[in-house]
Design a binder for this molecule. Structure first.
Ligand SMILES: [Zn+2]
Length: 254
């Protein structure tokens, strides 16, 4: 069984002082690939260090909506240069978070749109965080189409899935779906078209129910089991479908 962690953050040495052990446990749990997402200029180099240390780690770099600073355009130019130098890298984490009132909405939107345009220009996958901003998200995706978009930790209503699917979105679910009280996310897991479903740990955050913190890629197995159960398919079938979807989303040749 091959697993693919479609969104996590392994670059924080304070939380993951023993990166090799984390990756050994991931491999022992069947996790062949883990997408390590940067969040701000300060961690981009660390993301590439993780992917240099382990073939299983795929790098992504971007500006998370919480870290859209006043001078984000300058950082964005550095991001463009970095992505030109690293054709293997995806884009993100970017997105919109209207719960994070400390970041100006207009700046968040402009920065997010710039990431989408770059994803389109470079034909790269882009990983998107969206909290309480579904209306604007869909409007911006209409105006700035990108070829392959992952809605990470998807928390939108199941009714949004057909429209967002038509905008090249994949829907990704993490540890929260293992909680029986997460009715909305669990309903969405069952509603996503099979070829657009992804799973992720979002490590070190959001451990699955009964797992300790910090979360890590080896815990992906718990999310896989829940997704298989919610879609009434076997764990083997779920892992086959999810691995294939991740390869397609990342446009990998393997
Ligand atoms: Zn994340």
């Amino acid at each position: 069984m091959k697993l693919f962690d479609a969104h996590c953050h392994l670059q924080d040495d304070a939380l993951f002082p023993d990166f090799e052990k984390i990756m050994q446990r991931a491999v022992a749990a069947g996790v062949e690939r883990a997408v390590c997402c940067g969040t701000a200029p300060r961690d981009w180099e660390k993301v590439f260090q993780c992917s240099e240390k382990s073939d299983g780690v795929l790098p992504m770099v971007g500006i998370h909506p919480w870290f859209v600073a006043k001078d984000w355009k300058r950082s964005f130019r550095a991001l463009e240069n970095l992505l030109q130098k690293h054709p293997e890298a995806g884009i993100g984490e970017t997105g919109l978070d209207f719960q994070a009132r400390f970041i100006n909405r207009a700046e968040q939107e402009a920065c997010f749109a710039a990431h989408l345009d770059l994803a389109c220009e470079l034909n790269r996958p882009v990983t998107v965080h969206c909290v309480r901003a579904w209306g604007r998200l869909s409007e911006i995706l209409h105006e700035h189409p990108a070829p392959r978009i992952q809605l990470h930790a998807f928390g939108g209503a199941a009714e949004l899935i057909p429209e967002l699917g038509g905008l090249n979105c994949w829907f990704s679910f993490g540890g929260s779906v293992t909680n029986p009280r997460a009715k909305r996310a669990r309903g969405s897991v069952a509603a996503v078209p099979p070829e657009r479903l992804l799973i992720e740990t979002d490590a070190p955050d959001f451990p699955p129910a009964d797992c300790s913190s910090p979360n890590e890629p080896a815990n992906l197995i718990y999310i896989l089991r829940t997704v298989a159960e919610l879609r009434s398919i076997s764990i083997e079938e779920a892992s086959d479908v999810l691995f294939r979807n991740s390869i397609n989303y990342f446009a990998l040749n393997c």
